[in-house]
Design a binder for this molecule. Structure first.
Ligand SMILES: C[S@@+](CC[C@H](N)C(=O)[O-])C[C@H]1O[C@@H](n2cnc3c(N)ncnc32)[C@H](O)[C@@H]1O
Length: 269
């Protein structure tokens, strides 16, 4: 028996849109987009994904680009709650996975407080899209037994003082740093202060899983001068990135990076 998902009236769906490639949406996300009355989406959700929505849906961007809010978090809560209470089916569409660095906790709390039924639909988070784009496992049984997802962007009140990491970082981890910002010198100093050695491989990947994807690499000692691609940008740090350094730079094209007609991957280092 096949069950076809349709967005239910009066319900909110917190849906992961994945990293940008519409092909990486889950089937459930696609079905909800095709049937929801209202869609509230973040800035990072591309037009190619929104184009899959039902043509009668009311689609509203509620993104807060570069930390300059056009809309507050509280206003997003009100929009979701009011729409659901008006009997509409609502998709709250977030890039990647909705539960990874997406303020989903606050939205879930607001929905619970208003007694709105909701459901979370996972998506492909940026770190996993980056690993796939680079054809690199993020864990390795010899060198990387841990995967750490962390952020360079903290709540405003903590921003200037909070380090990327408190204490010592395990050397056998792959660190995926979301929202790293442009201050690679600060990141390099903080990773070194957390105990990572100067030869630790780093890779900054921009627009993973989109036609604009590109990456640059450096050892930790050279990270401070690395010129990274445009946002959205993810920094991967760890021994699992070592294969990116295993060949001379002019031979890197020979590496088995993804080759798709619509999504070329370039090494700009
Ligand atoms: C607000 S966080 C949202 C993360 C998202 N929920 C996820 O699971 O990927 C936004 C950050 O995710 C990272 N990111 C999202 N999409 C990306 C992509 N396609 N390529 C590289 N980094 C990406 C960037 O660090 C960006 O600043």
């Amino acid at each position: 028996m096949s069950v076809v998902t349709r967005a239910e009236k009066g319900r909110v769906y917190l849906v992961g849109a994945g990293p940008g490639d519409p092909e990486l949406l889950t089937l459930r996300a696609l079905r909800l987009l095709e049937s929801a009355d209202v869609i509230f989406h973040d800035d990072l959700v591309p037009d190619e994904v929104l184009a899959l929505a039902n043509r009668r849906a009311l689609i509203t961007s509620v993104g807060k680009r570069c930390g300059r809010p056009r809309i507050t978090q509280a206003e997003i809560h009100t929009l979701m709650v009011n729409s659901a209470q008006a009997g509409q089916s609502v998709v709250r569409l977030k890039s990647g996975d909705p539960l990874v660095f997406g303020r989903a906790g606050e939205e879930i709390a607001a929905l619970r407080a208003a007694k709105i039924q909701f459901e979370v639909v996972p998506g492909v988070t940026a770190a996993f899209a980056a690993g796939a784009a680079l054809s690199l496992p993020l864990t390795d049984r010899k060198s990387a037994s841990k995967l750490i997802l962390c952020t360079g962007h903290h709540a405003a009140e903590k921003q200037s003082t909070t380090p990327l990491w408190t204490g010592t970082l395990p050397e056998d981890a792959t660190v995926a740093l979301y929202m790293p910002g442009r201050d690679t010198a600060r990141i390099a100093a903080e990773l070194a202060a957390a105990g990572l050695p100067s030869d630790m491989p780093c890779c900054a990947i921009s627009h993973a899983a989109t036609p604009r994807q590109s990456f640059v690499t450096a050892r930790l000692e050279g990270l401070s001068t690395l010129v990274c691609g445009p946002a959205p940008l993810l920094l991967l740090v760890g021994r699992a990135m070592e294969p990116l350094f295993a060949v001379e730079s002019d031979a890197r094209e020979l590496m088995p990076l993804i080759e798709r007609a619509d999504a070329g991957l370039r090494d700009e280092s």
